[in-house]
Ligand binder design. Structure first.
Ligand code: B12
Length: 209
């Protein structure tokens, strides 16, 4: 069956997309399900960019349209948080050289509404800045996002620096974003990989048990 949400995202039809998102929310559709369908639409945008059918302008527009849609979804997502007894502190950011933050921001929304304290360092975060923030807030968990394959090196460097500063045993590391999978996360020394916000929250809760 055709998915109007996914299609509107892939075809960059802003008003049609917003209209459909509002309709789905009204129907009571799970906000994570809506995000997942929109993400699949964004994946198509990425593929079309790869094939040179879309260019940077379309990539930028796609990002903006998704953010508009997310503003509608955010309040519903905030109500969905998995309430937790343990209130851990998480430092999170997109690694050096990478400016993608849409997915990271969704994960943050879900973590905050689940009761975690989250220190968001934004994008293009150096290994040194991550370590500094971990010390500042006395964090339990470090979250790193990367979508560019070339940015994996910066994530690896950050974990090396954690080890060097004797923080690795104290701070659990979780990674996510399209540059990662289970294997790459393990390879660079992360404790976990999460493919979506729900999994991210569950893993972070487990870290603190
Ligand atoms: C939108 C977009 C952009 C926007 C980003 C806007 C923004 N504010 O983020 C803009 C236009 C800025 C952009 C720029 C570029 N982009 Co871009 N972009 C995309 C696109 C289409 C969608 C990404 C996205 O937001 N997806 C939706 C979100 C919800 O999904 P997500 O990020 O995966 O996040 C989910 C999970 O991964 C997870 N998650 C994410 N982060 C974290 C963190 C933690 C801790 C955890 C636990 C979980 C987690 O939870 C999220 C929610 O489910 C992708 C295509 C793709 N397949 O991903 C290309 C893509 C990532 N971009 C690509 C490229 C090449 C670029 C540019 C180099 C293009 C250029 N020539 O300039 C620049 C790089 C700029 C830079 N230095 O970072 C390539 C990367 C190729 C590669 N393997 O390295 C991709 C894959 C497109 C492609 N197929 O070629 N891009």
């Amino acid at each position: 069956m055709a998915d109007e949400l996914l299609d509107a995202m892939a075809n960059l039809e802003r008003s049609k997309l917003l209209e459909n998102v509002k309709k789905e929310i009204k129907k009571g559709e799970d906000p994570l399900e809506i995000i997942d369908r929109l993400s699949q639409g964004l994946k198509i945008v990425g593929d079309l960019y790869d094939k040179k059918e879309y260019f940077l302008a379309e990539l930028i527009t796609a990002g903006e349209i998704f953010q508009n849609a997310f503003q509608e979804i955010k309040p519903v997502l905030e109500k969905k948080g998995l309430k937790t007894q343990v209130k851990g502190k998480i430092v999170i950011g997109t690694v050096r050289g990478d400016l993608h933050d849409i997915g990271k921001n969704i994960v943050i929304t879900m973590l905050v509404s689940s009761g975690f304290y989250v220190e968001d360092l934004g994008v293009d975060v150096t290994p040194e800045r991550f370590i500094e923030a971990i010390r500042e807030v006395n964090a339990d968990i470090l979250g790193m996002s990367a979508l560019l394959t070339v940015a994996l090196e910066a994530a690896k460097e950050t974990i090396k620096l954690l080890e060097k500063d004797n923080l690795k045993d104290k701070v659990k590391v979780i990674c996510g974003g399209a540059a990662f999978d289970e294997n790459t996360a393990k390879k660079i020394g992360a404790d976990a990989y999460a493919k979506d916000p729900l999994e991210a929250v569950k893993i972070c809760q487990k870290f603190l048990e």
